[in-house]
Write a protein that binds this ligand. Structure first.
Ligand code: TRH
Length: 437
């Protein structure tokens, strides 16, 4: 059935030509390289795939929570909006997309949202012409029929697996590694996000910093923002905190520590399983929007918002508790102190990942400040004993100004590292040039 949202859309948007880049890199081509086969030699002046503005297919399986779709959707929007590419996002759980982007519909199998064609990924998979670039997010395993069609194309689509974010050092060695398909004439390349120039970097919208500065520079706008949360502008000495975490995080214990402390805390916690667990452990039956007050602390459960509004929450708060992958990155772009609740893995494999990030993040800080961050993050993730949480919080909050300056500096340095979407576009252009017969 024709989808009314798609009817008036142009079938293809043409992206910016990247000819100059191609010519510059062809010189060092390896043995077996074929200009004609790669569609780069262009005697008839017909457009090459890069000149045409390639069509990109992104595949996303929602395993749990919202990080899979959070990353896939951000990448899809950026490729369409900032690189002029024609992007189709195949996602198996439209409701997850609707949660982080309510203008998407949980029931429309084909829809156009924010310049992206969104398709419900169902089984059996429809017969469709593969894109020029195929992004498999988090090794979600492409449909077999689609792989066969990819193999039948000449040249074959550029095929990338966009992997999970990690600060571990092995990432540099695996970034951009090719992996031939066991049966089909296809090669998948592994693309790893990361925190230095030897990795794929992080997703960061071009206008992000400007938007953030405008938001924070507009006092009336900020007052309006807080009023929407039922709050006046923050008072001197008060800390505004956002708390997005997994249900296992010791939120009730932290609230207890806050309530006994000298710093006034106002916390906003997005609704979801962690908020439900906190409610249950406090025997608190009030719904979203109600305040719970305990000593120096008050906490309110707030509605889930879209990704852009979530950014504003992070920008507005003085301290952000975040989790998973995408919100963790966004908290860094917010340039505010953060506490990461890492996605738990079997046999505590995530502890290694957490420490790898902590090592990078705290490098350059004095021992006591670094220790304050480490201890709070460890206690929040169940590595240190829960009894250590209150002490860790006290140390952290006492050093909050140094930590705030450090986080700002960290974020400014991180901006220099590759931007993931732009790097991916460039890499996909390069793959063809280095293919070997
Ligand atoms: O939801 P997450 O925990 O995601 C994951 C998944 O568990 C996944 O399986 C795992 O592999 C990955 O983490 C590492 O956390 P994350 O990544 O922060 O995703 C949450 C998304 O939700 C993010 O895009 C921000 C968005 N969001 C909103 O749009 N509005 C909101 O109000 C909030 C709180 C979040």
């Amino acid at each position: 059935m024709a989808n009314p949202r798609l009817r008036d859309q142009k079938p293809t948007q043409w992206g910016a030509p990247r000819q100059g880049h191609i010519i510059a890199t062809v010189r060092g081509r390896p043995r077996g390289f074929s200009l004609a086969r790669e569609g780069l030699f262009n005697p008839n002046n017909t457009p090459t795939w890069l000149e045409m503005g390639a069509r990109w297919d992104i595949f996303c399986k929602v395993i749990d929570n919202l990080g899979d779709i959070g990353v896939a959707w951000r990448l899809a929007r950026m490729l369409a909006a900032e690189h002029g590419l024609e992007v189709r996002l195949w996602v198996d759980d439209l409701a997850a997309l609707e949660r982080i982007w309510p203008s998407a519909s949980a029931i429309e199998p084909v829809q156009r949202v924010s310049g992206v064609e969104v398709r419900h990924w169902r089984t059996p998979f429809p017969s469709t012409e593969p894109g020029d670039v195929v992004i498999e997010t988090f090794q979600c395993a492409l449909p077999e029929s689609y792989l066969v069609r990819m193999a039948a194309r000449s040249p074959a689509p550029r095929w990338i697996n966009l992997d999970y974010l990690s600060a571990e050092s092995w990432v540099s060695g695996c970034h951009k590694l090719p992996s031939p398909h066991p049966r089909l004439p296809l090669t998948k390349y592994f693309y790893f996000p990361g925190f230095d120039a030897t990795t794929g970097g992080l997703l960061r919208e071009r206008d992000l910093d400007e938007e953030r500065s405008t938001f924070l520079g507009d006092r009336d706008g900020l007052a309006c923002y807080w009023a929407q949360h039922g709050l006046a502008m923050p008072q001197d000495g008060e800390l505004r905190v956002s708390m997005f975490c997994y249900p296992e995080a010791p939120a009730a214990e932290l609230l207890q520590a806050w309530s006994l402390g000298t710093v006034r805390i106002t916390a906003l916690m997005p609704e979801g399983p962690a908020a439900d667990r906190l409610r249950a452990s406090l025997g608190w039956s009030a719904g979203t929007h109600a305040w719970i007050e305990r000593g120096s602390a008050r906490l309110r459960i707030v509605p889930f918002t879209d990704q852009s509004r979530f950014d504003r929450l992070l920008w507005a708060c003085d301290l952000n508790f975040v989790r998973g992958e995408d919100s963790f990155v966004r908290a860094q772009w917010a340039q505010r102190p953060l506490v990461w609740n890492i996605y738990p893995q079997a046999e505590n494999a995530h502890w290694i990942k957490l420490h790898a990030f902590l090592d990078r993040f705290t490098a350059g800080l004095g021992d006591a400040d670094a220790q304050a961050i480490r201890q709070l993050w460890r206690a929040w993730n169940g590595i240190a004993r829960p009894a250590e949480l209150a002490r860790a919080w006290e140390d952290f909050v006492a050093r909050r100004e140094v930590i705030a300056r450090h986080t700002e500096h960290w974020a400014r340095e991180l901006v220099r590292v590759n931007e993931l979407a732009a790097g991916l576009v460039e890499f996909c252009g390069d793959i063809g040039k280095y293919a070997v017969d």
